[in-house]
Design a protein around this ligand. Structure first.
Ligand code: FER
Length: 253
């Protein structure tokens, strides 16, 4: 996996624009690229985070430069907050419940509002969902229930909790089976799923067994599933930005 070029760390001369969209007591952020686009990424924060967590300078500068240099087709990026407005308990158990509950809000509020704000509805082929850690757990839930909305799934350093907290590590076979069943229940539409983590990531022992179990279903996943492990990669946003630098150019093709 390539390292992010150091010149991508500084502000870009041709930046996109970030706006806040509120609904009820909550908000999501919307990154609008400098040139029009038919692509959109829903990007979900990790445990304890919120809608602002991803859009720190290191990430915004990276995306701006990638688009400016032509590494990446322009894309919209929406960063929601999966917690309830009143939620103060952000431990993994409580976060796990929140990301499951959030699936309905994503479908019924965040996506319609974001795309109304942009002024266009995106095809599923042009919609991606990704997230870090608990945002990865969110992405797996979306894979199990929102294949009609998304074609591209990029879970990063988070496993599937369908069988409970850290179920991908503790019950990899059952978790893989639950995922496969969910794909079939949704009519087995085409999709692409690219999971990433690092060998020293705290989620590696949870995600890796699940990915190995999923690979045992070649008929379902042939040519649709990719899984990369960064040697020595750890569980932090800097590493996640590096994954996105490497993975995003392959999305929407
Ligand atoms: C994992 C998925 C999510 C994991 C941790 C989390 C340790 C989240 C933890 C948190 O929000 O504190 O596989 O592995």
């Amino acid at each position: 996996m390539l390292k992010i070029p150091s010149e991508y760390a500084v502000p870009c001369e041709h930046p996109g624009k970030i706006t806040t969209v509120t609904y009820g007591k909550k908000a999501f952020l919307l990154y609008t690229p400098i040139r029009p686009s038919s692509h959109i990424l829903y990007l979900i924060h990790g445990g304890g985070g919120d809608e602002r967590t991803f859009f720190r300078p290191a990430f915004v500068n990276l995306i701006d430069h990638m688009i400016d240099r032509g590494d990446l087709e322009p894309l919209y990026i929406v960063t929601p907050n999966f917690y309830d407005a009143e939620q103060t308990d952000k431990t993994p158990g409580s976060s796990g419940k929140a990301v499951l509950k959030f699936q309905k809000e994503l479908r019924e509020q965040v996506i319609p509002l974001a795309e109304k704000e942009i002024g266009q509805t995106f095809d599923r082929e042009h919609r991606a969902i990704s997230g870090f850690s608990m945002g990865g757990v969110t992405t797996w839930y979306a894979f199990m229930g929102a294949l009609d909305l998304f074609y591209w799934f990029l879970p990063m350093s988070g496993d599937c909790w369908a069988l409970g907290e850290k179920g991908g590590g503790e019950k990899p076979e059952e978790t893989a089976k639950a995922i496969i069943d969910a794909v079939r229940r949704q009519g087995s539409p085409d999709f692409r799923l690219h999971a990433v983590t690092g060998s020293k990531d705290i989620a590696y022992p949870n995600l890796d067994p699940q990915m190995q179990a999923l690979k045992q279903y070649p008929g379902v996943f042939d040519g649709k599933l990719r899984y990369d492990v960064l040697e020595n990669g750890v569980h932090d946003y800097e590493t996640i930005f590096r994954y996105l630098y490497n993975v995003l150019p392959g999305v929407f093709h």
